[in-house]
Write a protein that binds this ligand. Structure first.
Ligand code: G3P
Length: 208
């Protein structure tokens, strides 16, 4: 048990570093929370007009999740799952920002990369397809949140014989944890969901 608690604390601290805020501040753009949606994520950093900074935010917010999973993973899959989920919680509720953090899409992606790399492909294809056609970052992310957990659950099993399928049992645990993480990310997008329904959501690249 102490190992899981330490993994969760480590994951939380890794996830709680608000890279979008730090990167835009370092670039002299002030507080990114005062622009666009007020979010600290890559989508909102893009609203500063600085594509490189948005890409750096996406990468840093994702990698902190991947690193948390890979480091904790040295102590077993339970530790990896605990650290990954905690990294997402850390990003969404960072103690340093009064628990008002981001929406978790990039960190979810990074945790997915660490726990189940083939899931990245599913996430990328779904996200890019929805973003391309809708131009809504939020809608793209929300669709990926719904489709990734079942893709992990069923993914390789569909193509395998009954005996070989047994070897993928562990993926069901990953799928279950990712499903809970999806629920958190979806909950964090409640204002986006309301705007999507009202038809007032901001499209990718526009200032909002
Ligand atoms: O996860 C970020 C994206 O889905 C929405 O970001 O800034 O439009 O609320 P934003």
């Amino acid at each position: 048990f102490p190992v899981l608690a330490i993994a969760a604390l480590y994951g939380y601290l890794m996830g709680s570093v608000p890279y979008g805020l730090l990167i835009t501040k370092a670039a002299g753009l002030g507080d990114v929370r005062n622009i666009g949606s007020g979010n600290i994520g890559a989508t909102n950093v893009l609203r500063t007009g600085r594509k490189g900074l948005a890409a750096a935010t996406l990468l840093a917010d994702a990698l902190k999740g991947t690193i948390a999973v890979l480091v904790a993973g040295r102590f077993g899959q339970d530790a990896a799952l605990a650290a990954g989920a905690a990294a997402l919680v850390g990003h969404c509720f960072p103690v340093w920002l009064g628990f008002k953090g981001g929406k978790g899409v990039a960190t979810y992606l990074g945790v997915l990369a660490g726990l189940y790399p083939p899931g990245l492909l599913v996430f990328a294809v779904v996200w890019l397809a929805v973003a391309f056609f809708s131009r809504y970052s939020s809608a793209a992310a929300l669709t990926a949140m719904v489709l990734v957990p079942p893709a992990i659950w069923f993914g390789p099993g569909i193509a395998l014989s009954a005996e070989k399928r047994a070897a993928f049992e562990g993926d069901h645990r990953v799928a279950a944890v990712m499903a809970v993480m999806s629920l958190l990310v979806i909950a964090k997008h409640h204002t986006n969901i309301r705007r999507l329904i009202a038809g007032t959501e901001t499209k990718i690249g526009s200032k909002g």
